[in-house]
Ligand binder design. Structure first.
Ligand SMILES: *Cc1c(COP(=O)(O)O)cnc(C)c1O
Length: 710
């Protein structure tokens, strides 16, 4: 079930908003008056309906009150911020000095916008509210018909006002309308038709070819230009944002855009919106600069140059703001480490990562797809960097533990499937959908809640076969098959998890086989019930290594991908040459002598039996070095020699005995995980020394450490 990315919509947002800037700056005015009219008053009029349709397309493909209110809240907040942002300009313009102030404020807030371009925000809110209730009461087709009537009423107060003008009673009626709203181009008359059309396009099953829509678009656009020029010629227009042919033109344009194939760019969505909000500010800024520098003739009087400068500056500022907002809510990437500058850091070796992918793929059939498990910041390796690299070498499936881990990947352009393995609170369903993530169904009850949301959501159903963690009981065949019939669940996968796949003990193998059998039995029963099986998966790293004969659609591989398995010691059925991807290093803070009977570190657990040389290393348990490595439980490598940790590991430092390596000096590099000279410390060894497992050691490495990717 391939989800479309709708890249065409993302790209056209920028074109549309550049058209809006054109409407407000008239770029062609100094070249050709008529050319400028065609560009800004006719062609440019596709921009706002495009934004309406996009909202309708994503909002009204199903009817959900919760989503509507979420949308209204979001736009409302944006509108509030924009009003405040432009308040100084209102004050400067003498807005607050006008008569009937309160009435005008109300009118502007609801219909006209407190500054000229802001009318769009209340319009889309009112339009969405009206459209939702029309569709709910009447269904899509009748709602659309009614919205067209509203549009016609709007037309008669806009481009076709000439007809109204010549018909007195009608004219009186419109005078009332104009008392409430300066234009008929508002949320009542203008927005619903496009919002509902967007929703109808999203719901419809059949589609024609992109060529068909393209021809349709250019034909109707041409006719709309004729229409615009004609009614302008006979001076029909009171205002010029609504044309009869705008509706078919938008129909063809939007269909053309959703068929456009390419990679979507989420950042463009925010950027376009910010450009829309801020471009009048940029126009004012440039006017100010021009005045101060006496460059009016270049910056202002030449409309084309003015337009280009406004567009470029608006785009750059908006992109920076969008990127800043995006950074704020994703992982803190604390920048690039520099070996010669930092006190401690992580090194990630891409070529070893690639080597492990190749090695692991050898054990998998062609049918089985590699699902890279990048939860917990890719086991401390940096999820964004690792996933970007894996994308580059062809991996198209990822698993994360939490929704925010998934969102962070999407925001950094990771493509392919992203499965959330864990529980997500139902209040975040909209994010799952917006970021095109796949949610794990943790049990039957949860499936019901997802379905209730009223909007199609992609899921994998988790089955419990004996781990007794998350998943619906494998024996509950009725509940499981029912989930497949939920209207709003798009079930693209079903899976279980083995809990002793790493063990080669006889009773553990028996247990795993029991899990596998009960899962397979369930699948057979589902087939008998006529359910077409989605993608199926069972194995994680040890599942692949100890049960290579299994052949499912995915293998969810975590720890083995990072080369943190010792297949020889573990006696796995398949022996692979996996290479560690991560190294952990720190620097010597100082070297000192201590005398016999002097103690070291907190708690005085270590006392020197003789005069000795010690080194203080600038890394501690706050960086993720387990405190259980204290008191000679762990070692580090220094100048290629293995030396013990003495005394207690502190929060930010630890101490080693270097009596036998007297050449050590301040600033020397120490290896806690990785290779130095001929010796290596594997994370499996570190884990053994403190009765943990590599997964825990790696995933708890702190974000205080910077990472170097080599
Ligand atoms: C973490 C996890 C994996 C990956 O396990 P590894 O042993 O690291 O390969 C696979 N499946 C599920 C459900 C997990 O939670």
């Amino acid at each position: 079930m391939n989800k479309k990315e709708y890249a065409g919509i993302d790209y056209f947002r920028i074109i549309a908003v550049l058209l809006v800037i054109a409407i407000h700056t008239s770029p062609l005015l100094s070249i050709s008056r008529i050319g400028n009219f065609i560009l800004t008053r006719i062609i440019g009029r596709v921009a706002v309906p495009f934004f309406f349709m996009t909202s309708g397309f994503f909002l009204f493909n199903e009817l959900s009150k919760r989503r509507l209110y979420g949308f209204l809240q979001k736009i409302g907040l944006l509108y509030g911020i924009s009003i405040i942002l432009y308040l100084p300009i209102n004050i400067y313009n003498g807005y607050f000095a006008q008569d009937d102030l309160l009435l005008n404020i109300l009118k502007d807030i609801i219909f006209d916008g407190t500054l000229y371009h802001l009318w769009y925000l209340p319009a889309i809110m009112i339009g969405a509210y009206i459209s939702f209730h029309l569709i709910k009461r009447l269904g899509y087709k009748k709602a659309f018909a009614l919205a067209i009537i509203l549009y016609i009423i709007g037309l008669l107060g806009d481009s076709y006002f000439g007809l109204t003008r010549s018909f007195k009673p009608l004219r009186g009626l419109y005078e009332y309308i104009f008392m409430v709203s300066d234009f008929t181009r508002n949320g009542v008359f203008f927005a619903p038709v496009f919002l509902i059309l967007g929703g109808m396009i999203a719901k419809r099953k059949k589609q024609c070819s992109i060529q068909f829509y393209m021809i349709g678009f250019f034909t109707t656009l041409l006719l709309m230009i004729v229409e615009g020029l004609y009614i302008n010629g006979i001076r029909f227009q009171r205002h010029d944002s609504m044309y009869i042919l705008l509706i078919p033109t938008m129909f063809f344009l939007f269909n053309m855009l959703i068929l456009f194939e390419g990679k979507s760019l989420i950042i463009l969505r925010k950027t376009a919106m910010i450009i829309y909000i801020i471009h009048p500010m940029v126009i004012i800024g440039i006017r100010l600069i021009a005045k101060l520098t006496n460059m009016q003739s270049l910056l202002i009087d030449n409309n084309l140059v003015h337009y280009i400068i406004v567009s470029i500056l608006s785009c750059i500022s908006a992109l920076s703001i969008a990127m800043f907002l995006q950074k704020k809510c994703v992982y803190v990437d604390n920048g690039k480490a520099e070996k010669d500058k930092d006190r401690a850091w992580i090194e990630i070796n891409y070529s070893n990562l690639k080597h492990n992918v190749t090695e692991l793929k050898k054990t998998m059939s062609d049918k089985c797809e590699f699902m890279a498990v990048v939860k917990a910041d890719a086991y401390g390796h940096g999820a964004i960097k690792v996933s970007t690299y894996l994308n580059k070498i062809g991996i198209r499936s990822f698993a994360v533990a939490t929704i925010d881990e998934g969102i962070a990947l999407r925001k950094h352009g990771i493509i392919g499937d992203i499965l959330i393995l864990g529980y997500t609170d139902v209040s975040r369903i909209q994010d799952i959908i917006s970021f095109n993530l796949i949610q794990t169904v943790v049990d039957y009850e949860y499936a019901g809640k997802l379905d209730e949301y009223g909007y199609s959501i992609e899921v994998h159903i988790k089955i419990d076969t004996g781990m007794h963690r998350i998943g619906e009981n494998a024996s509950d065949i009725n509940k499981i098959s029912e989930m497949f019939h939920y209207k709003n669940l798009n079930v693209s996968g079903i899976y279980t998890h083995l809990c002793v796949a790493d063990s080669v003990k006889e009773q553990d193998i028996k247990f795993s086989n029991g899990q596998i059998n009960s899962f397979n039995t369930l699948l057979d029963k589902l087939k008998v019930k006529g359910i077409k099986l989605p993608k199926v998966h069972v194995q994680s790293s040890y599942g692949i290594l100890n049960y290579p004969e299994l052949d499912y659609n995915y293998a969810r591989i975590g720890i083995a991908l990072y080369g943190a398995i010792d297949t020889v010691r573990d006696k796995t059925k398949v022996q692979l040459n996996l290479r560690p991807v991560l190294s952990l290093r720190a620097k010597v803070a100082l070297v000192r002598n201590i005398n016999k009977d002097e103690s070291v570190s907190y708690g005085r657990t270590f006392t020197a039996k003789k005069e000795m040389l010690i080194a203080v290393i600038a890394i501690g348990y706050a960086d993720g070095v387990p405190r259980n490595l204290s008191c000679e439980s762990g070692n580090v490598l220094i100048h290629g020699f293995r030396v013990p940790i003495i005394g207690r590991v502190c929060m930010d430092q630890l101490i080693v005995d270097i009596t036998d390596v007297p050449q050590v000096k301040q600033g020397d590099i120490v290896t806690l995980i990785g290779k130095d000279g001929r010796d290596s410390i594997y994370v499996t060894e570190v884990a053994n020394n403190c009765s943990s497992i590599p997964n825990e050691i790696l995933s708890r490495l702190s974000c205080r450490l910077k990472k170097i990717y080599i």
